[in-house]
Design a protein around this ligand. Structure first.
Ligand code: PLP
Length: 398
């Protein structure tokens, strides 16, 4: 009989010559348990998804209760489903004015696609501006505004009328003009290696969009739900976009995305033509129930306070001659090494040290540390100790 590992390689579509290949049987809290009975500290949270850790009882209960009521009923937007309604109301109550109409979809990429269409439809313009080293997803539209040729060039032709500018560089802002439908920005560029805006860059970006009538779209798919130490990055930088994109932690471990705007902007999807965006499963009631439960846990358990506490421990304890810098805030951290060559060995050998670590797509001298926001002080210290041991071994072995 073939093992799961053999079946995985034989029957699952592969995207990498070197997948992690860990076989997992259970996940609870910050821990992931292997089929070999090994226990790993999850230091990436499924790439900023599992913000409240794995298997939280409140989320499991919400999922089970909703499954008992109903699952899929009808394509999005026709039937009043209480998990969607309650979640949209909760989000509107937490977000600034003007972000109170929520269109639920299935993923981050679909939120990007929906937002592109919404911006084009609302402004009557076609040009989309995006940033170098931005990552917004892997569908054709999202790929068209990916700020790296490496991953997209093979898939051309992509969307026309897109322009790339540099993040944290005011020169590019002059490209935003009366032909621009929208500007897509990650308030913190995650896959670029956790790059924060400098000197109020986002404030000037907002101003330029206002002057030219372009919509400002914030992709908070990675930064949302407490990840950088505020519920949303827009609070941290005091800039309100016209459209906000959420996914990843939005679903509390279930697949869910959303694009959120004012009612006025969103209403342009209802006419000429009607059904401006259609999705069968978007806002699945089980996913919305899980997401709402997860958001309530973040608030009730004060996970943002915990995130900030853990963050300062990581910053203090990740101290080693081979560590050049620890970038980021909250629990979206990039550990930059003195030699990019170390990164591959560190990430691939992390499981031997009971850790799950990951790369960034567009930053080869750093690795990602983004554990669940529930991680305790003691667990943070253990994780740091193991990381230092791992780095030590890799550096000494060279
Ligand atoms: C900032 C950002 N935007 C969009 C996406 C795409 O989300 P999804 O993979 O759910 O389509 C990602 C995924 O990593 C992301 O990090």
């Amino acid at each position: 009989m073939l093992t799961n590992r053999q079946l995985f390689l034989r029957h699952l579509g592969q995207t990498s010559p070197t997948p992690m290949l860990l076989e997992i049987v259970k996940a609870e809290g910050i821990y992931i348990y292997g089929a070999d009975s090994k226990k790993y500290i999850d230091l990436i949270s499924g790439v900023s998804v599992s913000n409240i850790g794995h298997g939280h009882p409140k989320v499991k209960k919400a999922v089970k209760d909703q499954v008992d009521c109903y699952m899929h009923l009808m394509v999005y937007g026709e039937i009043i489903q209480s998990p969607q309604v309650k979640y949209a109301e909760k989000l509107a109550g937490l977000l600034p004015n003007g972000l109170d109409s929520c269109y639920f979809v299935n993923s981050g990429s679909e939120a990007v696609e929906g937002a592109m269409k919404l911006a084009k439809r609302y402004t009557g313009r076609s040009r989309i501006i995006y940033f170098r080293n931005a990552y917004h997803g892997s569908t054709h539209g999202a790929l068209s505004i990916q700020g790296s040729e490496q991953y997209r060039n093979a898939f051309r032709p992509l969307l026309p009328d897109t322009i790339q500018i540099d993040y944290n560089d005011d020169e590019g802002l002059s490209k935003i003009d009366s032909s621009t439908a929208c500007v897509f920005a990650e308030p913190v560029q995650a896959e670029a290696g956790v790059i924060f805006p400098e000197n109020d860059f986002l404030v000037r970006l907002r101003r330029k969009c206002d002057e030219s009538g372009a919509l400002l779209i914030f992709d908070e798919i990675q930064t949302g739900f407490g990840r950088i130490g505020s519920l949303f990055a827009l609070e941290r930088f005091r800039v309100v976009p016209d459209i906000l994109l959420l996914a990843k932690a939005l679903g509390g471990g279930m697949p869910l995305g959303a694009f959120i705007s004012s009612m006025e902007i969103m209403s342009s999807l209802t006419s000429d033509p009607v059904l401006g965006h259609i999705t069968t499963f978007g806002g699945h009631p089980v996913c919305c129930a899980a997401g709402l439960a997860s958001l309530e846990v973040i608030l009730e358990e004060k996970l943002i306070d915990n995130c900030l506490k853990s963050s300062s421990i990581f910053r203090e304890k990740l101290d080693h001659p081979a560590i050049k810098n620890v970038r980021g805030e909250g629990l979206l951290l990039a550990v930059q090494l003195t030699d990019a060559e170390y990164v591959k060995a560190i990430v691939s050998r992390a499981p031997e040290y009971g850790l799950i670590l990951d790369y960034f797509l567009f930053c080869n001298d750093s690795f990602r540390v983004a554990p669940p926001l529930t991680i305790s002080e003691e667990e943070t210290e253990t994780a740091c100790r193991q990381i230092i041991l791992l780095i030590d071994e890799i550096v000494r072995g060279r």
